[in-house]
Design a protein. Structure first.
Length: 354
């Protein structure tokens, strides 16, 4: 039975940076919680300050309990729960396999804290270039985006180290050196993944350009919005942090993920190489946030209706299809890849550090 060991002890002096990153993320998160994100000034009505606690209070007063629960859970409670969990994973002695599974679950949920960042971007877009309504970005959004991003990066580092520790405690597994060509290895099913990659890429590009929202309010200029138009707006206003977040999480990381899946499927490689590609895809997937953006869009169409009345456009269905295809591709690719690894010839040896 493997000895329970803290990751701090296992990492030694090289791991000093992890507590520093966690404490920094905690401080940034506290500032992001108490500082306002966005201030919206409308003609003939009192200005509205958008911050996390105020948003929850506002939704509760309007009896939008589900929306209030989403903001409270993902943007206020979970970031602190995640940081506490990472502290526990680093400093407390766990069974390595249990720690790795726990960290994997925490990391899967981490990206949903980005929801309120997308809400701010959408509200900023809706209130830009209008005569009777305007918005001002406050520092709280930058503290919050820094806190969540740093938390995700730190958890990626910790889960990577946790997997290395787990690997060292397991018997060494030697896979067959024969190259596997997934495209033809499973002739009846191998073609599905490349086709889904192509369809997903088309759907993703269409989702980035599809009009999903239109302003429909008296005294306001009626404009339609798509992801690409919002990105262009952020560029014009020189909102570089928000621009990078939008481009990276909605375009670059999703396209890179599709490229990795395609490469792993159409190029023959060893089982070990396939496992490494799958681990990279797993990490990249946690930064693909079209689904989080879709949830933010739902919140804006509900909580934002008192600020700016909007109408859902047909492009929203393109976004939903792109999200569904992304989940479907991931499920099928992982299932077929695991099947390939399970049938590969293996031999086991003794464990130990190299």
């Amino acid at each position: 039975m493997a000895k329970r060991q803290t990751m701090r002890e296992w990492a030694g002096l090289k791991g000093w940076i992890i507590p520093l990153l966690l404490v920094t993320s905690l401080v940034l998160n506290i500032f992001g919680l108490i500082l306002p994100f966005l201030e919206i000034d409308a003609a003939f009505s009192k200005g509205v300050i958008y911050s996390l606690p105020h948003s929850v209070e506002l939704m509760w007063e309007h009896k939008l309990y589900f929306v209030a629960g989403l903001i409270l859970g993902f943007s206020i409670i979970f970031p602190f729960v995640k940081l506490i969990s990472l502290f526990a994973a680093w400093f407390l002695p766990w069974k390595s396999s249990s720690r790795e599974k726990f960290l994997h679950i925490i990391e899967l949920l981490g990206k949903w804290s980005y929801m309120d960042i997308f809400v701010v971007v959408l509200l900023l877009a809706l209130t830009s270039n209008q005569s009777f309504i305007s918005s001002t970005i406050h520092t709280g959004v930058y503290f919050f985006i820094s806190a969540i991003t740093l938390s995700m990066i730190t958890s990626e580092i910790i889960i990577g180290l946790a997997r290395r520790q787990l690997h060292e405690e397991k018997p060494v597994v030697h896979y067959s050196k024969k190259r596997v060509w997934l495209l033809f290895d499973k002739l009846l099913l191998g073609w599905i993944v490349p086709v889904l990659v192509a369809v997903s890429a088309i759907a993703l590009i269409e989702a980035l350009h599809a009009t999903f929202l239109r302003i429909s309010q008296l005294l306001l200029v009626s404009r339609s919005y798509s992801v690409s138009e919002i990105i262009q707006l952020l560029q014009e206003q020189q909102r570089w942090v928000l621009l990078i977040a939008m481009v990276g999480t909605l375009a670059l990381f999703p396209l890179f993920r599709l490229l990795l899946v395609l490469v792993g499927w159409v190029i023959p490689m060893s089982v070990g190489a396939h496992l490494r590609i799958r681990a990279i895809i797993d990490s990249v997937s946690r930064w693909c946030m079209l689904d989080v953006f879709g949830l933010a869009l739902f919140l804006v169409t509900t909580e934002g209706k008192d600020l700016v009345k909007t109408e859902i456009q047909n492009g929203l269905y393109v976004v939903v299809v792109a999200i569904a295809l992304s989940y479907l591709l991931g499920a099928i690719a992982i299932a077929l890849s695991k099947s390939m690894v399970a049938t590969a010839e293996v031999t086991q040896g003794s464990s130990g550090k190299p």
